[in-house]
Design a protein around this ligand. Structure first.
Ligand SMILES: NC(=O)C1=CN([C@@H]2O[C@H](COP(=O)(O)OP(=O)(O)OC[C@H]3O[C@@H](n4cnc5c(N)ncnc54)[C@H](O)[C@@H]3O)[C@@H](O)[C@H]2O)C=CC1
Ligand SMILES: O=C([O-])CC(=O)C(=O)O
Length: 311
């Protein structure tokens, strides 16, 4: 018996993929193979080599390689899918569905072929629908196909709360449920700072504007950037989920998870609180909702179902 490093494959060597690859290596979670299309073969190799050359400075021993050949993801322990087009100002994430569904199908085929035992984290948008497509195409068990939205949405919520209160982000703990769209559901009742319910610290008006800004958080960055979408906070969110799984931490984190009756939904991927550990999604946590909260979640789930009709 010998100990081996974990192998990560990051599919898509654009903004989110490269940032994720670097963060994985910096944390020494494992070695990283970065994959993009054949037309991007040399830039992908170049990006990977550039990141690797940071390793002596930053003192990490993870390797990072770039490729356009899926054979190189052989036996990856975890595959992170960031391949696909990002939105432009004026577009919604749902406008990406047709193009990105085709890409996810192609990527999924290659994962089945070369990394059939891997755990998959999906980032590509619209992420609830893309995670569903990946689940159907791979036929992997639901605990191994997971989407990222809630860690990012909660991080945005926590950022805004920390700014408003003038307190450390470390003490703020928000809670966002639902689809990764403008109808996502920040659950104020379950959010706190230093254990104190937010409603005791901020006015209804202040909370209302934080909720609204969180819902439109992705769009705010898209508009500021002018081209492309967010990548630092999305990559950090993916890496937190990956770390919870490869280190078997059993963290309570929101995931885009396949629902079979939880919260009243069937055959859909949606953002819910989960326990993430060595088996991927170990379980889904169901929390009691008021009728107003359930209605907001229903609206969000219905928006995701509408998009699913297009894939
Ligand atoms: N779920 C979430 O919270 C977030 C989702 N996203 C989504 O992630 C996706 C990627 O965003 P960025 O990295 O900023 O875009 P990007 O354009 O910088 O990178 C995407 C990369 O995917 C590659 N690609 C396209 N088709 C491919 C294929 N068949 N196989 C391998 N690679 C392929 C492209 O060549 C490109 O390098 C977008 O769909 C974006 O909307 C981005 C941020 C947060
Ligand atoms: O807004 C976008 O298109 C990218 C994304 O999902 C986010 O940053 O939340």
């Amino acid at each position: 018996m010998s100990f081996e490093r974990k192998k990560f494959a990051v599919i898509g060597a654009g903004f989110t993929g490269t940032t994720t690859a670097l963060m994985i290596a910096q944390k020494e979670l494992g070695d990283v193979v970065l994959v993009d299309t054949p037309s991007m073969k040399n830039p992908t190799k170049g990006k990977a080599l550039d990141m690797l050359e940071a390793s002596p400075v930053q003192k990490f021993d993870s390797s990072i390689t770039g490729t356009s050949d899926y054979k190189d993801i052989q036996d990856a322990d975890m595959v992170i899918i960031t391949a696909g087009i990002p939105r432009k100002p004026g577009m919604s994430r749902d406008d990406l569905v047709v193009t990105n569904a085709k890409i996810i199908k192609e990527v999924s085929e290659n994962i089945v072929r070369y990394a059939p035992d891997s755990y998959i984290l999906v980032l590509s948008n619209p992420v609830d629908a893309m995670t569903y497509v990946c689940y159907k195409e791979t036929g992997f068990p639901k605990n191994r196909v997971i989407g990222q939205s809630g860690v990012l949405d909660t991080a945005r919520f926590n950022t805004f709360v920390s700014q408003e209160l003038g307190v450390s982000v470390e003490d703020v703990s928000g809670f966002v449920l639902g689809g990764h769209g403008d109808s996502m559901v920040p659950l104020v009742r379950y959010s706190h700072a230093g254990g104190i319910p937010l409603e005791k610290l901020l006015s209804e008006e202040q909370i209302g504007s934080i909720v609204e800004r969180t819902r439109k958080g992705g769009g705010e960055i898209v508009n500021l950037l002018g081209q492309g979408s967010a990548y630092y906070a999305p990559a950090a969110s993916l890496v937190q989920m990956a770390e919870a799984i490869v280190k078997d931490k059993n963290r309570i984190l929101p995931s885009v998870a396949y629902l079979e009756g939880e919260y009243g939904y069937e055959n859909i991927y949606l953002g819910v609180p989960t326990i993430l550990g060595g088996n991927g999604i170990e379980s889904i946590i169901e929390i009691p909702l008021t009728s107003k909260e359930q209605k907001a979640l229903d609206d969000s789930a219905n928006a995701v179902k509408d998009v699913l009709t297009l894939v």
